[in-house]
Ligand binder design. Structure first.
Ligand code: APR
Length: 240
């Protein structure tokens, strides 16, 4: 099975990849759901919402500043590096869609990258919409102020109850509709559009590979579902 998947991936001219928090687990960044995924007893649904921010912006910013420090100390792992290598092999036919906001795919070298949920390394002005990178984690004191208009800024991420950027979503869907091989790695596939992208690809005829130590709602659809960590699973199907 793994050799068949490797051959498919090697031959594919169009490859679409979706990643979730599991791909960064081996960089020491906790996932949202599952063991070690909590922060001071809060669930993400209680902090990553517009209502939570309106109620207590300082608390929400403290959570993001903590995560930003954590991400800044982390390094891309072997899974990130293999995905950067896959992009170099496939060129224009490659698209990486991530739900992660940690910026590790970019740091690993991926450029054909769609960060569907934004990035915690940036802030967005609450008044004028201007985006700017956060200062280095050592210097950062939340909340950041807009260099354009001086207003308070919010994390440049998509919260529960907010819409994804429609252009980014359309590009992601196009990549999964036209992919010969789709890889879904390290996502619980319970938050949309994670589940849909895999399903769209499969319905359009792609060969669907899932890599996750646990089964997910996508597992029954996959042509190959590897019960492996991201790095080991990717190495197992990576074109030689
Ligand atoms: N390698 C691969 N997968 C792993 C690993 C690993 N080393 N460790 C854990 N996993 C898997 C888990 O089995 C789980 O299915 O990663 C998945 C992580 O799931 P979630 O924590 O739900 O993360 P994700 O699917 O990315 O969440 C989606 O929900 O909270 C929101 O906006 C947030 O982007 C996030 C979205």
């Amino acid at each position: 099975m793994e050799s068949a998947a490797r051959a498919k991936l090697a031959a594919a001219d169009r490859v679409a990849v979706l990643t979730g928090a599991g791909v960064s687990a081996e960089s020491g960044i906790p996932t949202f759901r599952g063991a070690g995924g909590l922060w001071e007893g809060f669930r993400p649904e209680e902090l990553a919402t517009p209502a939570a921010y309106a109620r207590d912006p300082e608390k929400v910013w403290r959570w993001y500043a903590w995560r930003y420090r954590q991400v800044s100390r982390a390094e891309p792992n072997q899974a990130h590096l293999l995905l950067a290598e896959l992009e170099r092999m496939k060129g224009d036919g490659f698209t990486l869609v991530t739900q992660n906001v940690d910026g590790l795919h970019r740091r690993a070298g991926n450029r054909r990258l769609i960060e569907l949920h934004g990035s915690i390394t940036r802030a967005r002005c609450e008044r004028c919409g201007h985006r700017q990178p956060l200062p280095s984690a050592d210097e950062f004191e939340p909340p950041p102020l807009c260099e354009n208009c001086g207003e308070r800024m919010r994390p440049d991420v998509v919260w529960f109850g907010e819409f994804l950027d429609p252009d980014l979503l359309a590009r992601a869907e196009r990549a999964f509709t036209t992919a010969a091989v789709a890889l879904v790695i390290g996502t619980s596939a319970v938050v949309e559009p994670a589940a849909s992208l895999g399903r769209i690809a499969k319905a359009a005829g792609a060969y669907l590979i899932e890599i996750n130590p646990e089964a997910t709602p996508l597992t029954p659809l996959a042509d190959l579902s590897l019960r492996e960590t991201a790095a080991r699973g990717l190495a197992a199907v990576f074109p030689k």
